[in-house]
Design a protein around this ligand. Structure first.
Ligand code: PLZ
Length: 444
């Protein structure tokens, strides 16, 4: 496809998937790329716009994954690509720690206004989600003088050594990669579909583990995804997050929210914590923040962020000028187009179609999520036994039709939808029709 040819707005397949050019590239990939990197769906992408990805064979695919919740404002948004080009033409890098520039400061100002932190906030910028989580833990330990960190069942916080310890699932993230960082403890997560507990009951169970197995005087912070992402789009029962955060405050334990997947308009609010009126001492963000450029942040209480000795936080590339320019453009598009509102209405449409479908399909155990972060959990009919084979088959059936959907979950039995918030109503309905057919074939 020529560069100047318009990208279609509808899903259009010209070949079987993957097509011949993608297959050639797959062969090259096998000869060049480490086998440990996930293969996903091997269609090689040439260009993209909005919610459409065009592959090297000219197939127009519908993206319901946003590169794992990154391209939330849509692919190749002109305001963002223009900001990137302009910054690239000015300068690419100085290292903020060596000679600073305005973009870094402006992103921190925006974050301090937007992120639900308790009281006045300060921010620091990094490259990846895992790096932000590592830094939040460093800040919490240094500011409190305590070492233990509590995380939850089904949690995902990254793949570096400390964040592997924080992540719950062994295969594929931790398998054979130990030993892991010490002073990490795991508490039960509120998982309404599986534990049947109210938010207050689930919080009491978690708090009892924190008190008996760690003790507040040893516990620097409780780290939690307000809606778990990789773990299965688990939305805790109402009241769970407020009860945990209240216990943290009462016991001088920091409450850290990992909003890396749930943040930046994804759930129908700027941040998922807002659904329960909770604020946090420290919040990690990444993914949707910069429209596709690698950028991450820790935003937190000014007294905590400023408790760290000068030089204690940083890195060569953190808050790179091009990434910060992209973030500022991304945030202004989110504000201008009320993408949080759009996420809420996409969520209503997805939930109502999937709930209707689940009435006919006993293999759908649960439909859940908030805003444009919606999932179906697949089970063996008549039980709650996870059915990962059905999730894999349904995702493969969608992929074969040119609709990108992702799976997740501790048991691998959850199909998740993370469409770009720029998706049109027609595109969403097309994607849900394909998904509905796939689910009918695989979990009837
Ligand atoms: N915290 C809540 O969702 C990244 C991981 C995909 P990085 N999730 C996608 C994979 O298989 O590696 C994530 C997250 C939450 C932290 C992270 C880590 O963010 O930018 O991938 O390091």
């Amino acid at each position: 496809m020529k560069r100047d040819e318009a990208i279609p707005t509808r899903r259009t397949l010209l070949t079987e998937l993957p097509g011949p050019k993608s297959q050639e590239l797959l062969t090259r990939r096998t000869g060049a790329v480490a086998g440990g990197v996930s293969k996903g769906f091997p269609v090689f992408i040439d260009r993209a716009s909005g919610a459409i990805l065009v592959d090297v064979d000219g197939n127009a695919l519908l993206d319901l994954g946003s590169g794992i919740a990154v391209a939330s404002i849509g692919h190749a948004v002109p305001e963002v690509t223009a900001a990137i080009s302009e910054q690239a033409a000015s300068f690419l890098h100085t290292c903020f720690m060596v000679t600073p520039y305005e973009g870094y400061v402006a992103v921190c100002e925006a974050l301090n206004n937007l992120v639900p932190v308790t009281g006045e906030a300060r921010s620091a910028l990094f490259n990846s989600g895992a790096e932000a989580v590592e830094n939040a833990v460093k800040i919490a330990r240094s500011a409190t003088g305590k070492q233990a960190i509590a995380v939850f069942d089904h949690a995902y916080h990254g793949r570096t050594n400390l964040t592997m310890a924080l992540t719950a699932k062994s295969m594929p993230y931790k398998h054979r990669f130990g030993p892991f960082a010490p002073e990490v403890y795991r508490a039960p997560m509120s998982y309404p579909y599986r534990d049947g507990l109210s938010g207050a009951e689930a919080a009491a169970a978690a708090i009892s583990v924190l008190e008996s197995q760690i003790g507040a005087s040893n516990l620097a912070a409780v780290l939690i995804e307000p809606i778990q992402g990789e773990g299965g789009f688990i939305v805790p029962a109402p009241g769970f997050l407020p009860a945990l955060s209240a216990w943290c405050t009462a016991n001088e334990v920091l409450f850290i929210a990992d909003e890396i997947q749930s943040g930046f308009c994804r759930t129908g609010n700027w941040f998922a914590l807002e659904h329960e009126g909770v604020t946090a001492d420290l919040v990690t963000t990444a993914k949707g923040i910069a429209g596709g450029m690698p950028l991450a942040a820790v935003t937190g209480r000014v007294d905590l962020m400023n408790a760290i000795h000068e030089g204690g936080l940083g890195g060569t590339y953190g808050g790179n000028p091009v990434a910060t320019a992209a973030a500022l453009a991304t945030i202004s598009v989110m504000e201008r187009d009320d993408l949080a509102g759009r996420a809420a209405s996409l969520g209503k449409a997805m939930t109502s179609i999937l709930r209707t479908l689940s009435e006919d399909l006993p293999g759908i155990g649960d439909v859940r999520g908030r805003g444009a972060m919606i999932a179906v959990e697949l089970i063996q009919p008549g039980s709650k036994e996870p059915n990962p084979a059905a999730a894999k088959a349904a995702a493969a059936a969608c992929n074969a039709e040119g609709v990108i959907v992702l799976t997740c979950g501790t048991y691998g039995n959850v199909l998740r939808l993370l469409p770009p918030l720029a998706i049109t109503d027609d595109q969403l309905h097309d994607g849900l029709t394909v998904l509905g057919n796939a689910l009918r074939q695989t979990c009837g």
